[in-house]
Design a protein around this ligand. Structure first.
Ligand code: GLA
Length: 391
């Protein structure tokens, strides 16, 4: 991982000036999958993988961006920002700059050096970390006060309108608001949130199946459209509803006849998953971690059978983990179709867990998994220099 000193030195070499540095983390979601865009509940935690941005203001309206991860640079004019994505890494920073400017935040030109250690395309929210780090850096550099919830909304807007992924608010929200040693229970309708303490004796162990979620964006948008169709159809009987958040399981069963089977199952996943989020949060608050495993298992099963976003490798990884001593819960995490599982594992068992699961997963699939032993970490921060107070 690049240290702050390294990053400042690299910035100095490339742009011949001092810089301020901003960090934004990736995330893992404990439970509450595909509930955010249904006005539901989620329970993510920020993790120690970071996107880091070194930035210094310029005297013009140009953004000069360098991505270390892609070893590629590009320039853009804030007065002539592109209207939509080009399928390039710069879509994320330019998407955020565009949504900030469109929402009335006038930015100043800047030089940016960007680096990230959030694994790409495996459901740990590398794009939200990228967007939040750049958005925070640009706002601060232009002397705008940082409203973290607003910043998260701007990043979501960039994904929705610029990149074309109809994602919910969860990823940028946790990247902005994360807190060390805590998960965050978010009501995605009101955006009210509370921190839920994670037990000190448990690690967040993330197992990467090494299956990239290719074509997931199309499937993701389809799932979202299916949920909207569910609301439209159930709304014929219950006109007051505006999202699946408003429908109970009893109501869903009562009006099942209005729904094609696939839409019914999509709705059932979202409604039961919202309930599991509440139960997991309550169990954590009461220190009852023994209650988590069946909730995690039910969540995984619901994603596999009702929402149909799992894949054989994710199912194998979960099955291997679930039976091991010291495991308090195992399920796939993130958007699905590949990526990672989240496992709550007793700290003293986490090394052994890592070794056993890696060996067993390799013999079952021929793939060598990356396994990350993580702890919940802080959200976006200004970690060196301070552009907000300089002119
Ligand atoms: C992706 C999206 C989130 C959320 C999850 C699934 O990470 O960016 O908004 O919908 O998938 O829970």
């Amino acid at each position: 991982m690049t240290t702050i000193q390294d990053l400042l030195a690299k910035f100095q070499r490339r742009f011949s000036s001092r810089a301020a540095v901003y960090h934004a983390p990736g995330r893992v979601n404990l439970v509450g999958e595909h509930t955010d865009y249904n006005d539901g509940f989620v329970l993510p935690a920020a993790i120690g993988f970071l996107c880091s941005v070194a930035i210094a203001p310029r005297n013009d309206r140009k953004l000069v961006l360098y991505s270390e991860s892609f070893d590629s640079s590009m320039e853009a004019d804030l007065d002539a920002l592109p209207r939509k994505a080009a399928g390039h890494w710069s879509d994320y920073p330019l998407g955020v700059a565009t949504s900030l400017e469109k929402s009335g935040y006038r930015l100043s030109g800047a030089n940016l050096y960007i680096t990230s250690d959030v694994p790409l395309g495996v459901g740990l929210s590398s794009s939200a970390a990228f967007e939040v780090a750049v958005g925070y850096a640009l706002l601060d550099t232009a002397h705008h006060p940082i409203d973290r919830t607003r910043l998260a909304q701007m990043c979501q807007r960039a994904e929705n309108e610029f990149v074309g992924a109809h994602v919910g608010i969860m990823d940028p929200f946790i990247s902005c608001h994360g807190r060390a040693e805590h998960a965050l229970l978010l009501d995605c309708r009101s955006l009210e949130f509370q921190f839920v303490p994670l037990p000190a004796k448990v690690k967040l162990v993330i197992c990467n199946t090494m299956v990239k979620h290719q074509h997931a964006a199309g499937e993701y948008n389809t799932r979202r459209a299916e949920c909207e169709e569910g609301v439209r159809l159930i709304g014929k009987a219950l006109p007051g509803i505006s999202a699946l958040r408003d429908v109970t399981l009893v109501q869903l069963e009562q009006h099942r006849g209005l729904l094609p089977d696939a839409i019914y199952r999509r709705c059932r996943h979202v409604i039961t998953e919202n309930d599991r989020v509440q139960k997991v949060a309550t169990a954590l608050e009461n220190g009852k971690i023994g209650e988590l495993a069946p909730l995690f298992a039910a969540s995984h099963q619901s994603m596999r059978d009702d929402y149909e976003i799992s894949c054989p490798e994710l199912d194998i990884m979960v099955a291997l983990a679930a039976g091991k001593t010291g495991v308090y819960g195992a399920r796939m995490t993130g958007g699905g179709f590949g990526g990672c599982t989240i496992n709550l594992v007793a700290t003293e068992r986490s090394m052994e867990f890592q070794q056993q699961v890696a060996a067993e997963y390799y013999s079952a699939t021929g793939l060598r998994p990356d396994i990350y032993v993580c702890a919940a970490s802080q959200g976006a921060e200004n970690v060196a220099g301070d552009n907000s107070s300089t002119d």
